[in-house]
Design a binder for this molecule. Structure first.
Ligand SMILES: [Zn+2]
Length: 88
């Protein structure tokens, strides 16, 4: 990990500097998670409610109540499945 101080912008930057590409990727991922938690976008990262899918997606809905990775795919599939179950 390398720390850089930008005195003009008054910012501290943290960058991965390992020779191991896996270590670098893990460090970058941890920094992205840290930044997302800091700017409150972390709670928008979700997994699809379709148990057969479970893709990770970014919930762009205004109310942040999205449940599916894709409404036209998983959303419609599960809503139709629930509708058929209620009709029986
Ligand atoms: Zn899905």
């Amino acid at each position: 990990m390398r720390l850089t101080i930008d005195r003009t912008a008054r910012r501290l930057s943290i960058e991965p500097d390992s020779a191991d590409p896996v270590d670098t990727m893990i460090m970058r991922l941890l920094l992205i998670i840290r930044d997302a938690q800091h700017d409150s976008t972390w709670t928008r990262l979700k997994t699809c409610s379709n148990a057969e899918c479970r893709w990770a997606y970014y919930d762009r809905s205004h109310a942040q109540k999205g449940k599916w990775c894709d409404m036209s795919g998983c959303g419609n599939r599960l809503k139709n499945r629930a509708l058929r179950a209620r009709r029986r």
